[in-house]
Design a protein around this ligand. Structure first.
Ligand code: SF4
Length: 111
């Protein structure tokens, strides 16, 4: 389900869930789901999240707290700074994680 053409959630029930193939990018997955919780909270919806790794038969609960919200807000400010650069930052070398990333074809490191 896509909300406000901004966030795309895999599963919504009494909690929201993101399904991931592996835990190789767990921090990024955690921040993605935390952002969804943050976004929904600003819409008046307070809900818990779950990262699900069906291949590994594992899940991790994600609950928004003050520390995570501060990290999201700091990250959003950094994104705004980058958006205002007159030219994009220098491309960093492709990491091993990039090769498995769902955004590889959209990301500039894949060019
Ligand atoms: S391909 Fe781009 S978005 Fe994906 S991990 Fe690499 S740098 Fe990040």
């Amino acid at each position: 389900m896509t909300i406000n053409n901004t966030i795309s959630i895999d599963i919504i029930s009494e909690k929201i869930a993101e399904i991931k193939l592996t835990k190789s990018m767990e921090k990024a997955s955690f921040m993605q789901l935390s952002y969804y919780l943050y976004y929904l909270k600003r819409m008046g919806i307070e809900i818990e999240g779950e990262l699900r790794y069906p291949k590994e038969k594992r899940m991790k609960k994600v609950i928004l707290n003050e520390e995570i919200e501060k990290e999201i807000e700091k990250t959003l400010k950094e994104i705004e700074k980058i958006k205002n650069f007159s030219s994009p930052p220098v491309v960093k070398k492709i990491s091993s994680k990039c090769k498995k990333c769902a955004y590889f074809e959209l990301c500039w490191v894949g060019e």
